[in-house]
Design a protein around this ligand. Structure first.
Ligand SMILES: Nc1ncnc2c1ncn2[C@@H]1O[C@H](COP(=O)(O)OP(=O)(O)O)[C@@H](O)[C@H]1O
Ligand SMILES: [Mg+2]
Length: 245
């Protein structure tokens, strides 16, 4: 069964259609890509899934339950977590404090009997944060800050993780490490929806990819299918010759 099922989602901002009749789904244990040019509607889709943006029409189902009208905190408690395109750590708090805050937000609901402190330690170990956890977040490099943001999402022990351009600002080595980390995460059974402009990264870790352009879902399929799709090449990927020039 799908973890996440989005169907017929349209979002209108005044006269502007940010999303038009978009459907997508994520199954547990897989990384699904959501790609497309800037302004295509990717972040808007994340806002619809997390409850920050009410869709004009359409439905969001999570674990078979229609959550379309649910508040963001309710969705978080059910197991949906996200990271933000612009890093949104609290700069004046330490790494550990940033994670503890997230851990407290999701209070223990039976199945999560571990304390916020335990989940913080566990999340830092998962992402491999090596430096002391008492460093202030505004002293981190971009690569470290991206890992802390991921750890902060993991503190809630999500079933579905939405990552908005998580590799932006990472160097080649950090990106390789990050790809391996994502693959380890889904092996534990969670589902990931990945928005990312690093096309080689997306193609290497995703089993399925959705492509948005001007709010329209123009393609969906395996990395191979999507990379060969003329509409996707035209709207986003470009031809190999264009990419080389
Ligand atoms: N709150 C908003 N009000 C009006 N327009 C918005 C709002 N949020 C996004 N948009 C517009 O919707 C479109 C999709 O934006 P966005 O989802 O951020 O795209 P992406 O993440 O794919 O770059 C853009 O044209 C953007 O300017
Ligand atoms: Mg965006």
């Amino acid at each position: 069964m799908s973890l996440l099922d989005v169907s017929g989602v349209t979002v209108r901002f005044g006269g502007h259609m940010a999303l038009h009749d978009v459907a997508l789904s994520v199954v547990p244990g897989r990384i699904v890509g959501l790609i497309g040019p800037n302004g295509a509607g990717k972040t808007t889709m994340f806002n619809v899934i997390t409850g920050l943006q009410e869709p004009t029409t359409g439905k969001v189902a999570f674990n078979g339950i229609d959550i379309t009208g649910f508040k963001p905190h309710d969705r978080a408690q059910r197991g949906i977590a996200r990271t933000f395109q612009r890093l949104e750590l609290f700069g004046s708090l330490t790494v550990e404090e940033n994670l503890l805050v997230a851990g407290e937000v999701r209070r223990t609901f039976g199945e999560h009997s571990a304390s916020a402190a335990d989940r913080t330690t566990e999340a830092m170990a998962t992402v491999g944060i090596e430096h002391p956890a008492d460093i202030r977040a505004d002293n981190l490099s971009t690569g470290q800050a991206r890992l802390v943001e991921l750890a902060r999402a993991l503190v809630t022990r999500p079933k579905l993780l939405l990552l908005d351009e998580p590799a932006s600002g990472l160097d080649a080595d950090e990106t390789t490490t990050f790809a391996a980390l994502l693959q380890r995460l889904v092996r534990s059974g969670i589902g990931i929806l990945l928005v990312e402009h690093d096309v080689p990264l997306v193609m290497s870790v995703c089993t399925h990819i959705h492509v948005l352009d001007f709010g329209e879902l123009i393609a969906r399929g395996t990395p191979d299918e999507v990379q060969r799709d003329p509409r996707v090449i035209e709207a986003y990927l470009g031809t190999p010759a264009e990419a080389a020039s």
